[in-house]
Write a protein that binds this ligand. Structure first.
Ligand SMILES: *[C@@H]1O[C@H](CO)[C@@H](O)[C@H](O)[C@H]1NC(C)=O
Ligand SMILES: *[C@@H]1O[C@H](CO)[C@@H](O)[C@H](O)[C@H]1NC(C)=O
Ligand SMILES: *[C@@H]1O[C@H](CO)[C@@H](O)[C@H](O)[C@H]1NC(C)=O
Ligand SMILES: [Ca+2]
Length: 423
């Protein structure tokens, strides 16, 4: 979509003796008086000025010299057209570029200029009990930027801005609500719930920097509802969730079935509420994490993130008592070193550098307190060449008494180029 700004300028043709004797100086004079929202006009060439400054801006104009030679008026009529693209607001929040009138009609707040000064960066920020169809809306807690300490339910209804929107991406710019209870790690005090799209696990705790993709379906569908439920003990909650509407045709669209979608040759993946010092792995999780296969990459390696807080790394602690060393566990049986309840599924995972035994073993489920594709106390770098690149995380609803203080996982990934070894 585009916005149009109509500039209608009447140029008084002053007497020869007046210093405002040419259109050029007249324009300068008007600019200095704030008649025009421009600083200077180097030449009498509105055309060049607009198009050079921003090739996205187009104009249609009519310039009518007066029909009568003696007339004192010239008129210049210009329509500037600019796309309603994303823009960076002066506050650091991102918005949509539009005219001041469009921004106030649509309920946004103007925050700095865009489109070379012809548009304003319109920020949409909303809180409890509202609905939005604006791309890039921020959903914040009541009283934001102050924290909120109260009980209740705060929801936002997200309506597609266009039928050709297939996904909603949620970016947790700020996300601090009460964490899970410490015995079974269930989110039963505060909760963030997404409904109306594909099933999304309920999360809680601290999730700043994380994201989610919500499948919004094709065509006109039920709106997606985001709900923060707060209850129980006093707690300073704060959230700011950016909502991006992703067109079906977008190259930024996540693959089907991916709650989280990462792009790039390397990056970091974390379970919700991960924190090596105090995070608790959330129970009742079941979702896919996808990494886009970049061109000419055939495999992906995962390594547990550095943990600078604990003496023994807790960057991968999915089961067992994390207050002591726990080996890596693998496989899907119910034996002591299998992953029957909570696991990270890495398709056909092997440790890097390992000389394969004759039967060329690889594993799928990994759990325990050490990240490795083998039963081991030593963390390893794990390789998977199954395509597309995906992990699945599953956690049931029980932790105690066997699983204690599990933190979840933080993994760094690096895609591996296609060579003789990785194909
Ligand atoms: C604004 O957009 C930029 C670029 O996409 C991004 O890095 C930044 O985090 C965004 N800021 C906010 C507050 O959403
Ligand atoms: C929403 O904004 C993003 C950029 O922030 C853009 O990539 C996307 O196409 C926009 N969605 C729609 C429906 O216009
Ligand atoms: C690390 O080990 C030292 C020495 O055993 C101990 O004093 C300290 O409390 C430990 N730190 C943590 C975070 O466990
Ligand atoms: Ca569990």
């Amino acid at each position: 979509m585009v916005s149009k700004v109509l500039l209608l300028v009447l140029l008084l043709k002053f007497c020869k003796s007046n210093d405002i004797s040419s259109p050029n100086t007249a324009m300068k004079w008007m600019a200095s008086k704030g008649v025009l929202n421009r600083v200077s006009f180097p030449r009498w060439n509105f055309d060049g000025l607009l198009n050079k400054a921003n090739p996205a801006n187009k104009r249609e104009s009519g310039f009518w010299p007066s029909s009568q030679k003696e007339s004192r008026f010239l008129s210049l009529f210009t329509v500037v057209t600019f796309p309603n693209g994303a823009c960076a607001g002066a506050s650091g929040d991102n918005g949509t570029c539009m005219t001041a009138r469009e921004c106030s009609t649509r309920g946004g707040s103007a925050n700095g200029q865009c489109a070379n000064g012809f548009g304003l960066c319109c920020i949409f920020m909303t809180s409890c009990g509202s609905s939005t169809s604006e791309n890039g809306t921020y959903f914040v807690n009541a009283g934001y930027p102050s924290s909120y300490d109260g009980a209740g339910s705060c929801d936002l209804t997200v309506i597609k801005s266009h039928p050709d929107v297939c996904q909603i991406r949620l970016d947790f710019n700020r996300f601090t609500i009460a964490g899970p209870e410490p015995t079974n790690h269930v989110c039963n005090q505060d909760q963030f719930i997404v409904s109306g799209g594909n099933p999304i696990p309920t999360i809680c705790g601290v999730n700043q920097g994380s994201h989610m993709y919500v499948d919004a379906g094709v065509g006109t569908t039920q709106p997606v509802k985001l709900t923060f439920v707060t209850s129980g003990n006093s707690y300073e909650r704060i959230w700011k969730v950016k909502i991006t509407q992703i067109p079906c045709s977008s190259i930024y669209k996540a693959d089907e079935g991916c709650l989280q979608y990462y792009t790039g040759v390397s990056g970091q993946l974390r379970s919700f509420n991960y924190d090596p010092a105090s995070g608790l792995q959330l129970s009742n999780q079941d979702y896919g994490i996808c990494v886009r296969m970049e061109r000419n990459f055939c495999g992906i390696q995962y390594t547990a993130c550095p943990d600078n807080v604990n003496n023994r790394s807790r960057a991968f602690t999915l089961s067992g008592n994390s207050n002591g060393p726990v080996n890596a566990m693998i496989g899907s049986g119910t034996a002591i070193n299998n992953c029957a309840n909570d696991w990270l599924l890495v398709p056909c995972a092997t440790n890097v550098g390992r000389v394969q035994p004759a039967q060329a073993l690889c594993t799928d489920r990994i759990c325990g307190g050490t990240f490795s594709a083998e039963l081991s106390m030593t963390a390893a770098t794990v390789l998977s060449t199954v395509k597309p690149f995906r992990l699945w995380f599953h956690a049931d609803n029980i932790e105690a008494p066997i699983d204690i203080d599990n933190r979840g996982f933080c993994l760094n990934y690096v895609q591996q180029p296609c060579t003789n070894n990785v194909a």
